[in-house]
Design a protein around this ligand. Sequence first.
Ligand code: NAG
Ligand code: NAG
Ligand code: NAG
Ligand code: NAG
Ligand code: NAG
Ligand code: NAG
Ligand code: NAG
Ligand code: NAG
Ligand code: NAG
Ligand code: NAG
Ligand code: NAG
Ligand code: NAG
Ligand code: CU
Length: 569
Amino acid sequence: MGNYNNMAFLVLALVGFMFLSKANGAIHYYYFHLQETNFTKVCSTKSILTVNGTFPGPTITVNKGDTAFINVHNQGYYGLTVHWHGVKNPRNPWSDGPENITQCPIQPGTNFTYEVIFSNEEGTLWWHAHSDWTRATVHGAIIILPAAGTTYPFATPDAQETVILGSWFKGDVMEILEEALAEGGDPNVSDAFTINGQPGALYSCSNGTTYRWLVDYGKTYLLRVINAVMNEEQFFGIANHTLTVVAQDASYTKPLTTSYIMITPGQTMDILVTANQPPSQYYMASHAFMDGINVSHHNGTTTAIVQYNGNYSTPSNISLPTLPAEANTTAADNFIKQIRALASEEHPIDVPRKIHSRMFIAVAVNERICANSSCEGPDNNALSASLNNISFVTPSVDVLQAYYQGNNNGVYSSNFPDHPLDPYNYTGNVTSSTIYSDFGTRVRMIEYGEGVEIIFQGTNIIAAENHPMHLHGFSFYLVGTGHGNFDTTTSPKTYNLVDPPEVNTIGVPKNGWATIRFKADNPGVWFMHCHLERHTSWGMVTVLIVRNGNTKETSILPPPAHMPPCSKS
Ligand SMILES: *[C@@H]1O[C@H](CO)[C@@H](O)[C@H](O)[C@H]1NC(C)=O
Ligand SMILES: *[C@@H]1O[C@H](CO)[C@@H](O)[C@H](O)[C@H]1NC(C)=O
Ligand SMILES: *[C@@H]1O[C@H](CO)[C@@H](O)[C@H](O)[C@H]1NC(C)=O
Ligand SMILES: *[C@@H]1O[C@H](CO)[C@@H](O)[C@H](O)[C@H]1NC(C)=O
Ligand SMILES: *[C@@H]1O[C@H](CO)[C@@H](O)[C@H](O)[C@H]1NC(C)=O
Ligand SMILES: *[C@@H]1O[C@H](CO)[C@@H](O)[C@H](O)[C@H]1NC(C)=O
Ligand SMILES: *[C@@H]1O[C@H](CO)[C@@H](O)[C@H](O)[C@H]1NC(C)=O
Ligand SMILES: *[C@@H]1O[C@H](CO)[C@@H](O)[C@H](O)[C@H]1NC(C)=O
Ligand SMILES: *[C@@H]1O[C@H](CO)[C@@H](O)[C@H](O)[C@H]1NC(C)=O
Ligand SMILES: *[C@@H]1O[C@H](CO)[C@@H](O)[C@H](O)[C@H]1NC(C)=O
Ligand SMILES: *[C@@H]1O[C@H](CO)[C@@H](O)[C@H](O)[C@H]1NC(C)=O
Ligand SMILES: *[C@@H]1O[C@H](CO)[C@@H](O)[C@H](O)[C@H]1NC(C)=O
Ligand SMILES: [Cu+2]
């Protein structure tokens, strides 16, 4: 009896503690004013959509476990939405953001307040618009500091710095997208990569505005690197300085020292940098990692200056870091293969061992038949893209609303296949039967609490290249990758279930595979897509719907009062 009472007390105390720790998370309020702003870069001036007139936009800073209410007021010309990339937002898909997946766009002249609920994320994430290509200019950093009373799992850095890698287009990104979809060919490539909004010394008219990071000799900095580039993975490094990666996608890793990183669009990395070189100026630099053959991409290099405080003569030429060549797959692999979760007592991981839902998803660029062979893609067709040969068709009523109302109303169908319906040699020579994709708004239903495994298989159709796959609402474990076709016998034997990195975006190697695992413990409607924007636009996308569990605490929260309405068109 006494034991029973003690037990009941313990349970009550635990529940009380959970409520307390929830209530202890601070609340933050931010106001985002979406507005057109003029900027001059790479010798030309144009008006872009920004948050509060800055490119990149404002930084959101919270502690682990806090909640942020972000009121987005649209003073621009077209409707859009905002996504909090890598924030799980437990039970709250209403604030996740992808257009017509979890909400309809916030129309000009109106506003919407996102409730962004932080849970176990700690490190760096980012926010970005999630409507067509608006994220090119509408994005910014999210910094999640350790919870009050806790510290970093490494010596507290002397200071921190954020580096956002971006793309700059001289043309209007919405026009570029429309033009590409109408003509069927590749979209125009960007005109520059940027570091914190500046192209840097190697681009015309840009030397004078190069971003400078001032450092003090002897100090150690936590550098938060975010890849907000639209269509290219990046190699990044700092001349003469060693990088120590300590976190990826707001989850700690075992410290990894390296002279360069490979970071895909969507990914973030926290890196310790010690200013221990002769006081001077050094370039940090970033250029594309692109091992696809003949894949159109921007081939420039963006730079910023790491400038030591103090008295020294300005160097006559500033050292550039030695980065791997654009097409160096080995260099990309060598870096990625070394990343391991910290997996400590304070930062444990929990890789699902029991798998209830296993999906094998072929990732492909395709052709869409074009009337009169009048398109600019291969064979005079239009370019397209797919997952398991289905090119996703975006609905005009959001999937979440249709699902929550308990009737999909023809908005979507729940028959996304668990494997390609017509298997083929994914990495072999492609035949005409595999070039064309089907079209549909197909989703995959998942029961609450399931162990889920997804094997992404890169394919050789049209243009094999690395695809950064991103899942909303979760972080997942990257348990294995390899080249060639996934082999059901030999490939799983290479899995790392001990300390795989816990991330939200992974590069599926060119003509290779990547396996992820996660526990479906977040009910909601969650977008899954390639984070190369042109592939998303072509349909390399699907939706996972995780059903409610049996209790209120395992069910979707009720919708907020003023979801943006979907137009009746
Ligand atoms: C954006 O601008 C508005 C209006 O000036 C201001 O109230 C708000 O605080 C600004 N938000 C940020 C994040 O700077
Ligand atoms: C931006 O530049 C255009 C063309 O130079 C000009 O017409 C417009 O008024 C400017 N807008 C702002 C907000 O300064
Ligand atoms: C923001 O939206 C709410 C709800 O739609 C509305 O009541 C309010 O007037 C709007 N605020 C502004 C400043 O437009
Ligand atoms: C795309 O590039 C082509 C060729 O340089 C150019 O003619 C066209 O105007 C560009 N489109 C946009 C929307 O900037
Ligand atoms: C950039 O400007 C600096 C002076 O601010 C000059 O020393 C340097 O030569 C310029 N670099 C290039 C590539 O023009
Ligand atoms: C940086 O490294 C390069 C290449 O190793 C070297 O030539 C240069 O002298 C170094 N710069 C400084 C300031 O030490
Ligand atoms: C790449 O493009 C070049 C020039 O258009 C062409 O000669 C070559 O065959 C292409 N290579 C592949 C693998 O498509
Ligand atoms: C880089 O791209 C530009 C523009 O497309 C092209 O003219 C140039 O030849 C490319 N440079 C290299 C080294 O491939
Ligand atoms: C690719 O990068 C690796 C590792 O950085 C290097 O050893 C190798 O020489 C590079 N290969 C090529 C072809 O540049
Ligand atoms: C989303 O739906 C609205 C209508 O509610 C439509 O106007 C818009 O084009 C749709 N967006 C996309 C990306 O299909
Ligand atoms: C699939 O294609 C690859 C690359 O061409 C080839 O090496 C392999 O033998 C093919 N596999 C089968 C089963 O045909
Ligand atoms: C793939 O096609 C190339 C060129 O047509 C041919 O040389 C090669 O033998 C083919 N490979 C396979 C596995 O069929
Ligand atoms: Cu892709």
